[in-house]
Design a protein around this ligand. Sequence first.
Ligand SMILES: NC(=O)C1=CN([C@@H]2O[C@H](COP(=O)(O)OP(=O)(O)OC[C@H]3O[C@@H](n4cnc5c(N)ncnc54)[C@H](OP(=O)(O)O)[C@@H]3O)[C@@H](O)[C@H]2O)[C@@H](O)CC1
Ligand SMILES: [K+]
Length: 511
Amino acid sequence: MKILSAAQTRQLDHATLQEQGITSVELMERTAQAFTEWFLGQFAAAAAREVLVLCGPGNNGGDGLAVARLLHAAHYAVRVALLPADKQSADWQHNRQRLPAAVPVSTLGPHGALDAPAEGVVIDALFGTGLSRPLAGTAAAVVQQLNQANARVVAIDLPSGLFADATQPANSAVVHARHTVSFGLPKLAFLLPQNAAFVGEWKVLDIGLSPSFIAETATPWQYTDVATMAGALPARPKFSHKGTFGHALLLAGSRGKMGAAVLAAGACLRGGVGLLTAHIPGCGYDIFQVSQPEAMCLTDAQADFISELPELKPYQAVGIGPGLGQAEAGVAVLRQLLEAANKPAEKRPASLHLVIDADALNLLGQHRELLALLPENAVLTPHPKEFERLTGPARDDYHRLDLLRDFAQRHRCLVLLKGAYSCLATPTGELHFNSTGNAGMATGGSGDVLTGLMLALRAHAQLSPFAAARLAVYAHGRAGDLAAAETGQAGLVAGDIVRFIGPALQELARG
Ligand SMILES: NC(=O)C1=CN([C@@H]2O[C@H](COP(=O)(O)OP(=O)(O)OC[C@H]3O[C@@H](n4cnc5c(N)ncnc54)[C@H](OP(=O)(O)O)[C@@H]3O)[C@@H](O)[C@H]2O)[C@@H](O)CC1
Ligand SMILES: [K+]
């Protein structure tokens, strides 16, 4: 699913009107009906039936007026408060006229009490995608009052004061919504941690916006949802054997961190790899063999950390990082691996796929000269701190996305920035935000599980580097969601994610 800019969203609205031969008032009515239907489902309890709708001067306010009329018709106790303005949009005026006289209407002032319903809901229809500058004056005062009242706020389209696709100045007034209900496509702002307190739970409702305009419009931002991923895992051919699904090598573990190697290996095996060999420090041999009998095991000359790179010929994919530690010997191993992957094709296995994570990323951050050796389509899986060690600090989440895009393009690699909406950057400059996963997965070992699953899918001959990476992050999140349904988020541990990789992949299998 694409994510469009605020400007493209306006064009999409216009294209929809032209294509479907409807007026903007009719589209506004469709929008208000979709919102109201969602609202009735969400707030059916008697106590929630007192509603204050705050309306700005544009079409977002027009949506609010139409919603007020529809909720009044559904027997909610609705009040409307208008933001004073020099002019209102034509569709706003249309819906103002249609508002039944029985709905009380007041005008907001900078000092007047907001009088938010204690048990009910405030609908924020002050500003949407037409926000052209930070809020000031009465609008800012109203938003501050609203936030202080700690009211249950539902924002229409966007929390007022929040830009759809750009950062707003620090300390500017933005509504803190419990729910944000938007239309057609998600907005970039919803996916960034810095906006979490403003956006709350978000939802996108289908209002039949022009599919052809969406298909033809170019955007770097994509949202990987369930529809995107249907059938993403190729079926296993009947006459396949273990070689069909690749032989992966995992370089992982150090004294005290063998669990990372065990978890990554488990995820790789559950990810459907044909064969897995792990190269681990000597101290981990018994631990590893006992806990992962399906994997083969090579031990390093060193007992406590990895100091050697094994012969790479048998493998299609190599994963390095989980529990590696930051011993200096790891730098030489990483350098040798990158050099081997860069050697001319006849001297190394065809298409050696690399997955680089955790301590291997920290080593890269400490030795940035190694970045020049990254082979094309290597996948790096940093969390924001690890990413910062590679690129330097970001000013805000939008700047971080710029750094991410730039890094992936410059080094021609895939970079997965992990977070609530993990973002996969491609060498061609696309940013794919993942939709699965939950806060229970913010727990030790979760990243190691992702590395193992990523490794399995990169070893899979039928998946392109990008398809494998996107599938891995989606399935990892989905496995976490299935696990949390059983354990709850607090009780979820990384091993639970491994257990649910099979069911998650099964949902995504091509029929
Ligand atoms: N078009 C359609 O068919 C559909 C549209 N839909 C709905 O319309 C919404 C977009 O509507 P919109 O474009 O009218 O913008 P909106 O956010 O209401 O505000 C614009 C007004 O606010 C003003 N203004 C801006 N910033 C300000 C500030 N800081 N402080 C004070 N004033 C400020 C601005 O004035 P100006 O910038 O010109 O000075 C202008 O007067 C969209 O989010 C969705 O809810 C849906 O129903 C789907 C169908
Ligand atoms: K709004």
